[in-house]
Write a protein that binds this ligand. Structure first.
Ligand code: COA
Length: 375
């Protein structure tokens, strides 16, 4: 007899094993393939971490050079994709643009139907290389500016700034952006990753799984929170308003974006690192306003609710200070998370079991169909 106990939101359910990352809320730690995320931020650039997530180990110099070459050689888009991007409604949310662009990449990819580990690794690199180009192109198209093609002599982080703004900022800003990519790269069975694994479990392909994962990440309860944080900070406007604003929000029982987490209940392990780089960017930009708002809201959330910030809280204002439009914050998350999603898609393929849970039916009891002319 099957138990009818419902685990809404799959709360507390372990659905599979993974070797990609480990979230350890008890000790506030997160490891990718066994390496602490904060150490990877300190000692590696994003490309090394992308290699690690996809290939299970950190690269040596030769392996990294080969990986980077492949990524750089695949940055450019087809003429068709550039022209489709130009035709997209200018008001489209860039997450929807990213979702559509990856879907089109699937139509164009010569290995779409091959889901072997080798083909999936190659396709993951192509999606990782092309998605920033598609996003940056749309960033400029909607502002009526010319598209800036990718440059092969730049890192992924530098190239994204270059393609969006036409120049690469100082190295501390690039490092802060790179750190955010590392921190966003992978986080176990979160909703978008689980979506990607669910799509994969029917033996569908990597482009489809990543397209679905992008749709999932868009939601404000997941990746979309970094945009919502910025909307909140813009509503608060200045530090003097912060205390009143947050107390009122809590009195109204509002959900405060950028706080809380399904797994971390006493703090998100990624926050201290990102908070440090947020401060560095604020110092360079000589703009401390958002840091002050940040601290006041955080203090009240902890004092009144014992709810701590998640990584979207510091990334939101950091991306704003770097000059990105607010609706590009979650798309930046996409660029990074393509690595984690791809690793999970490959893991799912390697030991697949169709994901198909049960539901407890609470609709009408059995009824007789009455023909249309007698209803
Ligand atoms: N602001 C205010 N209250 C919050 C909160 C927040 N950000 N996050 C959780 N809570 C409260 C809930 O209202 C609930 O209170 P209750 O027990 O009195 O009803 C309690 O804390 C438990 O929250 P719940 O939503 O059940 O936890 P969850 O594990 O299902 O949700 C999130 C996790 C992330 C969806 C939730 O914390 C949230 O909505 N956060 C804001 C969105 C966000 O930043 N998402 C990014 C996640 S990385």
């Amino acid at each position: 007899m099957m138990s009818d106990e419902i685990k809404k939101g799959l709360l507390g359910i372990i659905v599979d094993e993974t070797e990609v990352s480990k979230v350890m809320p008890e000790i506030n730690s997160l490891t990718y393939r066994g390496y602490a995320a904060q150490d990877l931020c300190e000692y590696c650039k994003f490309e090394e971490v992308a290699y690690l997530i996809l290939n299970k180990d950190l690269p040596n110099t030769i392996e990294l050079r080969k990986f980077e070459k492949e990524e750089k050689n695949n940055r450019d888009l087809s003429k068709d994709l550039y022209s489709i991007l130009k035709k997209m409604p200018k008001k489209s949310h860039p997450m929807d643009v990213a979702r559509t662009a990856v879907s089109i990449m699937g139509l164009e990819d010569k290995e779409t139907t091959d889901s072997s580990q080798e083909a999936n690794t190659r396709k993951a690199i192509r999606i990782l290389a092309k998605t920033p180009t598609a996003l940056a192109a749309f960033y400029r198209i909607r502002k009526g500016k010319n598209i800036i093609k990718p440059k092969k002599n730049l890192t992924m982080a530098e190239n994204f700034f270059y393609m969006c703004f036409g120049k690469v900022p100082q190295k501390e800003i690039v490092k802060a952006f790179d750190v955010s990519l590392i921190l966003y790269a992978e986080h176990s069975f979160n909703v978008s990753t689980f979506t990607a694994r669910t799509i994969t479990s029917s033996l569908s392909d990597i482009h489809g799984a990543i397209t679905g994962a992008i749709a999932s990440l868009k939601g404000p309860l997941h990746g979309g929170a970094n945009e919502e944080v910025m909307h909140m900070m813009n509503k608060i406007k200045k530090p003097e308003n912060a205390l009143k604003w947050i107390n009122k929000a809590l009195d109204n029982k509002d959900v405060v974006m950028g706080f809380g987490h399904r797994v971390y209940k006493s703090g998100d392990s990624r926050v201290p690192t990102m908070r440090k780089y947020f401060a560095k960017v604020a110092k360079i930009k000589k703009d401390k306003k958002f840091e002050k708002i940040y601290d006041i809201v955080e203090k009240v959330m902890i004092e009144r609710k014992n709810i701590h910030p998640n990584v979207d809280y510091p990334t939101g204002p950091t991306y704003h200070l770097m000059g990105f439009d607010t609706d590009f914050f979650t798309p930046i998350f996409v660029i990074s998370r393509i690595t984690g999603w791809s690793a999970h898609i490959m893991e799912q393929h390697a030991a697949n079991k169709l994901i198909r849970p049960l539901a407890s039916y609470k609709g009408s009891q059995h009824r007789k169909v009455v023909q249309l002319n007698q209803r």
